[in-house]
Design a protein around this ligand. Structure first.
Ligand SMILES: [Mg+2]
Length: 385
C-alpha cells in the first residue's frame, strides 16, 4: 500500500526565525544571570495552504548555551532545510530529525510548539484539547528576583493585591546567604502564613551553604526548593537532598528524559520542573509520563517566558492532571513593557484561563512584530559604508 495515501498532507513550505527585543520595565536578577530585555526568537511555520503557526524560543546562554543568533542559525541552516516539504502531521519524524543535532533545546522546542499550533489550526481545535484538555485554568505563581528585603516583600504584596497571586518563588543563591534569608523572612512577614513560598538557587550556593540556609529558614514555611547547588557536585548534592526537609526540585539539571531518570534515580532530586521553552509540547508530554512513572511531583516552571511562551506553558500545564495540581510560574510577562499578542493576557483571582481558539488560541500582532523585530534594522556599521 502506498504510504502517502494513509497520511493526511499539509506540507510545511517555510520555517522562519524572527528575532525581536522588548525591554523589561523591571529586570529580573538571579544567581546564574539576569534579564533586562526579552531578546527572543519568534518561530513561524507556514504551510502550503497558508496556515501560519507561531511559537518562541528564549535564548538562555547561562543555562543551555543558546543565543539569539545561534537559535536563528540552527533553525534556518540546520532544521528548516530538513523539515520543509514534510507533512505537518509528521511530528515524530520531525522530532527525530531535530534530535540528530545535539543541544539547542529552545530552538527545537520553538519548532515543535509552532508545529502544534499549525496542527491545531488545521484541525480547528485548540492545542490544549489536543494535548489532554484536563482543566481550563491554572493557578499562578510568580518569581521574585534579587533585591533588598523590603522591596521584594512590597512587590509580593502588590502582586497579591492586584492579581490575587498567592504563590511565590524566591530567587536565592547570593553571598552571604543571610542576604537571601532576610528576603525570605521579609516576604513571609509581608504575606502572612497562607502564602506559598519556595526557593530557587540556580546553583548559586554549594551544599554546605544550602544546608545552612535551610536550617536558618526552617521556621519560614517553604513548600519546596530548587537547584540550590550544582547537580554536578554529585556526592554533596545527594548529601543535601537527603537532609532537605523540603521537596528538592530538579530544573536545569533535568531537561530531558535521560537526565530526569538519572537525577531522580541517583537521589539528586525528588521532584521535577517542566518548561515548555526547553521541551516543547512533544517532549514535555513524555516528561510528564516519566514523572508519573517515577512517582514524583511535577511543577510547571518559567524560562522567564514572554507572552507567547507563557501561553504555551499554560496550554500544556492545564492539559494534564499532574501539571495542574500546583500553581504554575506564568506571570513574569507582567514585567515586560509590551506584548506581541493581539489580545491581553489576564490574571484574575490568581488564575489564568486557557485560550479556547484553534491552535494556541492567540495571534501575533504583525504591526508590533514589525516594530520590535531586530532583523530589519540597519546595522550601525552599515552607516559607515
Ligand atoms: Mg529554576
Amino acid at each position: 500500500m502506498n504510504k502517502s495515501t494513509l497520511r493526511p498532507r499539509e506540507t510545511i513550505v517555510a520555517i522562519r526565525a524572527i528575532p525581536y527585543a522588548i525591554p523589561y520595565g523591571k529586570p529580573l536578577r538571579f544567581a546564574s544571570g539576569s534579564i533586562s530585555v526579552a531578546d527572543n526568537v519568534l518561530i513561524q511555520i507556514e504551510t502550503d495552504n497558508g496556515i501560519i503557526g507561531w511559537a518562541e524560543a528564549p535564548p538562555r546562554p547561562y543555562t543551555y548555551g543558546e543565543t539569539q543568533e545561534s537559535i536563528i542559525a540552527v533553525v534556518e541552516k540546520v532544521f528548516a532545510p530538513q523539515i520543509i516539504g514534510r507533512s505537518i502531521f509528521d511530528r515524530e519524524g520531525i522530532r527525530s530529525l531535530m534530535n540528530r543535532t545535539i543541544g539547542n533545546p529552545t530552538a527545537k522546542s520553538g519548532i515543535d510548539m509552532a508545529l502544534w499550533d499549525v496542527i491545531g489550526k488545521r484541525l480547528d481545535i485548540s492545542v490544549h484539547q489536543l494535548l489532554g484538555g484536563y482543566t481550563d485554568s491554572l493557578k499562578v505563581s510568580h518569581m521574585l528576583g534579587f533585591d533588598d528585603p523590603q522591596r521584594v516583600g512590597d512587590e509580593a504584596v502588590e502582586l497579591r493585591e492586584t492579581y490575587g497571586i498567592n504563590s511565590f518563588k524566591i530567587k536565592v543563591g547570593r553571598h552571604p546567604i543571610d542576604d537571601d534569608v532576610a528576603v525570605c523572612r521579609a516576604v513571609r512577614e509581608a504575606l502572612g502564613e497562607d502564602a506559598e513560598l519556595y526557593l530557587d538557587g540556580n546553583r548559586g550556593w554549594n551544599a554546605v551553604e544550602s544546608a545552612a540556609a535551610l536550617r536558618k529558614l526552617a521556621d519560614v514555611g517553604l513548600s519546596r526548593v530548587e537547584e540550590l547547588n550544582p547537580a554536578d557536585e554529585i556526592t554533596s548534592r545527594k548529601w543535601l537532598v537527603e537532609r532537605s526537609p523540603f521537596l528538592f526540585v530538579a530544573d536545569e539539571s533535568a531537561p530531558t528524559q535521560a537526565t530526569v531518570t538519572r537525577e531522580i534515580l541517583s537521589g539528586a532530586a525528588n521532584a521535577l520542573s517542566i518548561k515548555t521553552a526547553r521541551s516543547g509540547f512533544t517532549d514535555s508530554v513524555r516528561l510528564i509520563g516519566l514523572a508519573e512513572g517515577l512517582g514524583i511531583e511535577t511543577f510547571l516552571g518559567n524560562q522567564i517566558d514572554a507572552h507567547l511562551g507563557t501561553v504555551c506553558s499554560l496550554v500544556l500545564g492545564a492539559a494534564f492532571d499532574a501539571t495542574s495540581r500546583h500553581p504554575a510560574e506564568l506571570s513574569n510577562w507582567l514585567d515586560l513593557e509590551d506584548s506581541l499578542l493581539t489580545e491581553d493576557l489576564v490574571i484574575r483571582n490568581g488564575e489564568m484561563k486557557v485560550p479556547t481558539g484553534p491552535g494556541l488560541g492567540v495571534d501575533i500582532d504583525l504591526d508590533k512584530l514589525q516594530h520590535y523585530r531586530v532583523d530589519n534594522q540597519m546595522s550601525p556599521l552599515a552607516l559607515l559604508t
